[in-house]
Structures are given as C-alpha cells and as structure tokens.
Design a protein around this ligand. Structure first.
Ligand code: SAH
Length: 262
C-alpha cells in the first residue's frame, strides 16, 4: 500500500515554472538544429581533437557550477559524477554543441536524454552507496547509467527500443563502464537480479509498476515520474520499510511516456 507523505520537496524546475517545463518538453521533441538559442556554448568544430576535448571539459565545468551546484544538488558524489561523465559522448553528433546546455536533447526514436539537472536530482534522491545494486528503467543514451556507474559497481539498465539499447551498450563499453544492459520491457523489472537497493525510472508510466515495488529491498528507494502521457507528471521518491511504502512528492516533471501494454 502507498502512504503519501505530506513532505513536499520543491525543486527548481517544477510546478512553479510550468511554462518553463512545457518549453523544455517542446525542445526535447524538436531537432537540435532547429533551436540555436543564445544559451548554446559554442564548441569549435575545426580545432584539434585535444582542443575540442578541453572545450567540452570547460563546458562541463560550467554546467556543474551553474546548473548543478548552483541549484540544490549538494551530494558531493553526485556533483563529482556530473563533473566526470563526458555527456557529449552520449548525444547525437548534430547536438554536440548543446551537450552541456540546460535542457533535454533528442536521441532518436522520439526519445530524449534528460536535462542534466534532472539526472542529478533523481540520482541524489537515490542516495546510492558504493556496491549497492541499482536498476534503471529506460537506458536511452545511457548517460544516466554512466552517472550511476560512477557511484556503484552494480548497475543494471533496461531499454525497450532495441537499436537504442544496442547503441547504449556499445557507448558504455567504449567508455569503459561495466553496466549490465538488457533489451525488454522495464515495467516488469529484472527479476533474476532482484532485489535492488535502488530503482530509477526515466520514462513515465501512468501508475507505479507493482513489479518494481516488489523488487525493492527493505530500505530500498524508487525514484519515478508518474502521470498521464504527454503532460506533466509527478516525480516520486518511494521508500520501502518492510512491507510499507512511503511516498514523497518531489514536484512536477515532464518525461517521455513508458512504452508497452500494462
Ligand atoms: N535515462 C536515459 C533517458 C532516456 S528517455 C538517458 O540517460 O539518456 C526514456 C527511455 O525510456 C527511452 O529510451 C525509451 O525508449 C525508454 N522506455 C520507454 N518505455 C520503456 C519500457 N517499458 N521499458 C524500458 N525502457 C522504456
């Protein structure tokens, strides 16, 4: 049974700025080339590979200062992970110049890589300790999976769109991340590897999948957006204590819908 707690934690991007959230959603569904706004940090294309990497590192530091530490991300391990993972290696080539900007980006198949701040916020609420086992639903670009892999050595991730899952697996391997990837419907979790200390869902179902609750350890945390497709959802932190589940509303968000028949 779910007990909805009265603790409502407010976050930057949420209901206070529904217009901004709507705009982010719009941006997510348009190709990168179509929105070359003033927020873009230009990455020169003609410099040598080394210089380009230095430019990306600078853009990443700026992202961490402004979008991560400058907001309410205080967990030093999460901040370090955001500072370390090369986000530009997870975005499509046409979006390279926008890799470190403050919004989601298209990754093909109608899917998106989340805004850096949202990745950091969800990760912070997972409160992962080293060697804890974490499951992600919605591998996508695998950027979130790489962030998780900086925090623990037991990362499992499921993607329903096969080509995306295959590409994600290849990206993670190329960068040296040891993440267990699977193609399938994440609604049902990953029973063979359950239970998990933490589960993060990066697509939005219209209800909390019961299999995911069952696959949480006692003391486990589930971070999940829940709500109708194509609109705002509510981000929840659900903590398991024995057979009880305590839910905390983390605010309004806009995610792509969870696919599959449930
Ligand atoms: N975490 C990703 C964000 C991906 S967007 C990243 O860091 O880039 C959400 C992803 O969830 C999409 O790739 C989508 O295909 C996937 N998805 C949607 N429904 C799913 C389901 N039922 N099971 C597993 N993955 C799903």
């Amino acid at each position: 049974m779910l007990i909805v707690s009265q603790r409502h934690r407010r976050t930057e991007f949420i209901m206070r700025y529904p217009l901004a959230v709507g705009l982010l959603l719009l941006l997510a569904f348009s190709a990168c080339v179509q929105h070359t706004g003033t927020t873009v940090t230009p990455i020169p294309a003609s410099t040598s590979e080394n210089q380009t990497e230095i430019a990306f590192a600078e853009a990443r530091n700026k992202m961490v200062e402004g979008q991560i530490r400058g907001r309410d991300i205080t967990d030093p391990r999460v901040v370090s992970a955001m500072a370390k993972v090369p986000r530009h290696r997870f975005v499509p080539p046409e979006c390279l110049s926008e890799a470190y900007t403050d919004h989601p980006l298209p990754i093909g198949y109608g899917q998106t890589i989340s805004q850096p701040y949202v990745v950091a916020l969800m990760t912070q609420h997972l409160a992962l300790r080293p060697r804890e086992k974490v499951l992600e639903i919605g591998t996508g670009s695998s950027y979130q999976a790489a962030i998780l892999a900086e925090l623990t050595d037991q990362v499992y991730t499921i993607e329903i769109i096969e080509p995306l899952g295959q590409q994600a697996d290849a990206t993670l391997k190329k960068l040296g991340y040891n993440v267990h990837c699977k193609i399938g419907d994440g609604y049902y979790g990953w029973q063979e590897n359950a239970p998990f200390d933490a589960i993060i869902v990066t697509c939005a179902p219209d209800h909390v999948p019961q299999p995911l609750l069952k696959q949480l350890k006692d003391g486990g945390r589930l971070v999940i957006p829940v709500g109708p497709p194509g609109y705002y959802q509510t981000l929840w932190l659900i903590e398991r204590k024995d057979e009880q589940f305590q839910s905390t509303n983390l605010g309004g968000v806009a995610f792509v819908p969870m696919l599959g028949e449930h």
